[in-house]
Write a protein that binds this ligand. Structure first.
Ligand code: URA
Length: 319
């Protein structure tokens, strides 16, 4: 039966579910393990629509697309994700234990302080006051996106690094130098591109006198996300390029792997095209010069392909 033909009615007097033995053994099917995890968590949700949502996703996984769960923009996948505790929904990221057994962590979000209908300057000014997650405490300042509102390409990194934290602008440190080199090589003017990060505060831990980058956690990414959503809503780019896996997993899907799928273009809800490539810092971290050359080549080539998708002759008005 198709999802539209099924109606789920809960019987509050029922003490437990029971199932009939399957009579038609030929009707069994295999679903991704991920679906079973998501369905288990969704079953515990209070929403009366949860069974219909699970059935719809299950039906589509079996009948339509076995890789459905890899489409974060799909409305049914989103509905199933909305039935998840925050940390399960973002399970592509490192999970951390809840602070107290049995306690539910309140998901914090920048949403209440993101001004509606603000331009990029208005958003950047409002972000200065953001305390939606803990990261503001150890950062020098918020590092908001930079670039023209009319940019056709948005580059999204992970979070500001040490230099960015000090200077207050994205990609101005060593990774920024690699990015600048690649942009210059392919003839893309940095001033025509909007550059931002998934997380707007530098997350670090001390090591001697140095501040060492730490990957943001799922709850920090989630808390910061309304800023990025607002930036993308203002810029309305033609192409989004995710630099590195944190951005790619947040915007394309938690299963995304740069090594497997870099350079591939997907439609998205923010732009006609979204793609992910290596983070410029991967060039710096490569073990040897030939590895660095290879990663740099992929980065530059992928950026070049992204640049080919912009509409020529429409330079940003406010570059
Ligand atoms: N790495 C990032 O992801 N973003 C920056 O702004 C700098 C380094």
């Amino acid at each position: 039966m198709t999802p539209d033909e099924v109606r789920f009615v809960e019987d509050p007097s029922a003490k437990a579910f029971h199932s009939e033995p399957a009579t038609d053994r030929g009707a069994s099917f295999v679903v991704p393990r991920r679906f079973v995890e998501l369905a288990q968590a969704a079953a515990a949700h209070q929403s009366s629509g949860r069974w219909a949502t699970m059935y719809r996703v299950l039906w589509r996984l079996v009948r339509e697309n076995r890789r459905l769960l890899e489409l974060p923009d799909d409305p049914d996948v989103q509905a199933l994700a909305a039935l998840q505790p925050l940390q399960t929904a973002l399970s592509g990221f490192e999970l951390e234990p809840l602070p107290m057994a049995g306690a539910t962590r309140q998901a914090s979000s920048a949403a209440p302080i993101v001004p509606a209908a603000a331009d990029l300057d208005g958003l950047a000014s409002a972000a200065v006051a953001c305390t939606a997650c803990e990261l503001y405490k150890n950062a020098t300042q918020v590092v908001f996106g930079r670039g023209p509102a009319a940019a056709q390409i948005v580059l999204v990194g992970e979070q500001p690094g040490d230099q960015e934290d000090v200077q207050g602008a994205p990609f101005v440190g060593p990774a920024g130098e690699v990015l600048d080199r690649a942009l210059a090589e392919i003839g893309l003017d940095r001033r025509s591109v909007y550059i931002t990060n998934i997380v707007k505060h530098f997350k670090w831990e001390p090591r001697g006198k140095r501040r060492i980058h730490q990957t943001p956690r799922a709850n920090e990414i989630q808390a910061c996300r309304p800023w990025l959503e607002a930036e993308l809503a203002v810029v309305k780019p033609r192409v989004i390029v995710c630099l590195g896996s944190t951005a790619a997993q947040a915007l394309i899907g938690p299963q995304f792997r740069i090594t497997r799928s870099r350079g591939q273009f997907y439609p998205s809800r923010w732009a006609p095209w979204i793609m992910a490539t290596y983070h410029p810092s991967a060039v710096l971290r490569a073990e040897d010069p030939s590895g660095a050359d290879a990663v740099y080549r992929w980065l530059a080539d992928d950026l070049k392909e992204a640049a080919r998708r912009i509409i020529p002759g429409t330079p940003p008005s406010n570059a």
